[in-house]
Design a binder for this molecule. Sequence first.
Ligand SMILES: Nc1ncnc2c1ncn2[C@@H]1O[C@H](COP(=O)(O)OP(=O)(O)OP(=O)(O)O)[C@@H](O)[C@H]1O
Length: 390
Amino acid sequence: MLPSPQAATRLLDEMCHLTAQSLTSLETSDHFQVVKMLGEGSYGKVMLAVHRKRGTPMALKFFPRDSTNLFSFLREYNLSLSFCTHPSLTKALGIAFSTPSHYVFAQQASLFGDLYDVIVPEVGVEEDCVQRVVSQLCGALTHLHSLGFVHRDVKPENIFLVDAACRWVKLGDFGMAKATGTKVPGVWYSSAYCTPEAEISKESEDSRHNTASKPDGGNGLDSKIKRVWVSVEASTDCWALGILTYAMLTGSLPWTQTASDDRSYIKYKEWFDQQKDQEGQDDELDLWGGEGKDEGIMMSLDKDKQNRSKRKSHPVAPQFACFTPLASSLFLSLLHPQPRLRGRPDDVLGYLGGDWLQVKEKIQLEEEKKKMRGREVIRNENEREGRGEG
Ligand SMILES: Nc1ncnc2c1ncn2[C@@H]1O[C@H](COP(=O)(O)OP(=O)(O)OP(=O)(O)O)[C@@H](O)[C@H]1O
């Protein structure tokens, strides 16, 4: 059973209070040798460092003190320390301190960058690799969700590579993570990773901006429009997992923004609605045929055939035409517009092992890769010639 949001939040908060009392001040260079920068985000930077006495390599995450709330820092640290006990979640190492300018905590270091660098634009990554990554992320998300937390920022930049061949990945960056059921201000942002349910907050924001231009300066009735508060749900991560899977398979996004005025999203919604209508009709037929009368069964089989042939004639949303029926049904499940009906990460396991890309797409992908390899060889030869080695 899921821990209640209150219980998960209370436990994490207690850990934060304890850590706050024992947070030591020190100079990074007294205890660690910083080797290089691993990456930079909007909150701070991440450095590869080695513990001077023990020789342990680690990622040190630096948050500027003047722009970081101490409690947010402690939450991210404690969540990563105590709840990220799955091999595909980035675990903190039990080291947190403050310097005159930064709050810092240590995490397991993934030395091969993040997934963003691996996805070739308009090409993607090999299907085997996609399925491996998806399978690991499903495990990581199921684990996190079972402990009562939602990551809320699943995207390629937050999936770190443990090896160069992308065989082992870890989900990181728990800065946005919250306990399931927590109420947060609804935020809509212009991206395919944003869920359709977040669009309600966009509408409320739009109305809010519109009131500013009203003659009464927004002090009349319209100014009563309140910020929308939404409940944190695991279905947010499931949507993002669907978009991420699409991005890895194609090297692009299915639409620019998940909004009712985005043409590509409209096409997807039309396809989705047709598929669901059809499924509904098929289910009705199944129930009717289940009465056991021979005549009924024959008629239902005939109708079923007709339905299936009709289903084939339904136009697939163009951006999904490169996928097999297996992958299409995976997308229709993870990218379900209604959060309560959206597929869960452990449902995805049933889709692994089969083909996701149509054969034609696989051949094209191979061609692209050959071309890229060719370009790489020519570049290496030119470089060698340039160095006078040729
Ligand atoms: N444990 C780690 N091991 C290796 N690299 C890491 C690690 N943590 C972070 N990085 C690198 O640093 C980058 C920024 O880290 P992170 O996303 O955690 O920072 P952030 O400021 O919270 O970012 P965001 O702007 O996405 O919120 C990542 O994209 C990744 O390349």
